[in-house]
Write a protein that binds this ligand. Structure first.
Ligand code: ADP
Ligand code: MG
Length: 268
């Protein structure tokens, strides 16, 4: 552990096993406050599932973790290192651009819309970042990609283009591509929402395998069954704040807040 990390952990009381640690995270767009003080603890090797109505700030929060948005307040650490600002102490800390690229490379993000490079084959998609950002030799990157593509069940699609694949296959390529960077944490923003119902299962199966292999994951999803089965914690967000959190089984069976109850009754 670097000295910076050790110092941060002591200073903010970060648990030793924390991978993602947020306290009072705020984000505003002009007058609109989208995140109103979000706290989260995601221990390494665990899965946190986030649910909540549209517009509640789920995507914005993931984007903050991934350095795609700058916080307007609070503390956010990934593996003990700062994301964005720390406004609590007397010092204002902002991640510098050269660090930003490195940090972002350590965090994988999956989107509803897959976002594959359409002009590249499956293999080219998977080796792009390792070879360009991490300077991994092409042969090694390809060998690693083959292992990852086998893991997501796509060994036979290596030379295909995204348009030749189903949505479920494209999302599995996107997962293999994210894994190729050996991320510390994977963020999923409604990864199955754009899929036809019969393709949802194959993507959830890949995610289930990743969780089983000890990957740290933060998953925004409407798949309540998946959250109950795989989630180590379930977080319900509404209006830019966390309303309720807990053990997924307990929370789904017996939500404490009327807002959680009302939301679950609509999606279950
Ligand atoms: P969710 O993912 O839970 O549906 P979002 O994080 O996408 O919610 O959005 C939360 C709120 O922030 C919404 O009111 C949305 O309109 C607003 N918002 C998101 N991104 C921006 C932006 N770039 N500029 C202004 N408002 C935004
Ligand atoms: Mg969203």
């Amino acid at each position: 552990m670097s000295n910076v990390k050790a110092e941060n952990r002591v200073r903010f009381g970060v648990p030793a096993d924390a991978m993602v640690f947020a306290r009072g995270v705020r984000k505003s767009y002009g007058q609109l406050e989208v995140l109103k003080g979000v706290d989260i603890d995601v221990p390494a090797g665990s899965v946190a599932c986030i649910i909540g109505p549209s517009g509640s700030g789920k995507s914005t929060f993931l984007r903050c973790i991934n350095h795609l948005e700058k916080l307007t307040g609070g503390i956010l650490l990934v593996d003990g290192e700062f994301v964005g600002y720390d406004l609590r102490g007397d010092r204002l800390y902002e991640v510098k651009d050269d660090e930003l690229c490195q940090r972002r490379a350590e965090i994988g993000m999956l989107f509803q819309s897959f976002n594959l490079f359409s002009h590249m084959t499956v293999m080219e998609n998977v080796i792009e970042a390792p070879t360009q950002v991490r300077r991994v030799p092409v042969d090694r990157a390809k060998a690693e990609a083959e292992v990852l593509l086998a893991r997501v069940g796509l060994s036979d699609k290596i030379d295909r283009y995204p348009r030749e694949l189903s949505g479920g296959q494209q999302q599995r390529v996107a997962i293999a591509r994210a894994m190729a960077m050996k991320p510390k944490v994977l963020l999923f923003d409604e990864p199955t929402s754009a899929l036809d119902p019969e393709l949802v299962g194959e993507v959830l199966q890949v995610m289930r395998d990743l969780a089983g292999s000890g990957m740290t994951m933060v998953v925004v999803t409407h798949e309540i069954g998946f959250a109950r089965e795989i989630g180590d914690q379930l977080i319900f967000m509404d209006g830019g704040a966390i309303v309720e959190r807990g053990n997924p089984r307990e929370m789904i069976a017996n939500p404490q807040s009327p807002r959680t109850r009302e939301f679950l009754s609509r999606v279950l």
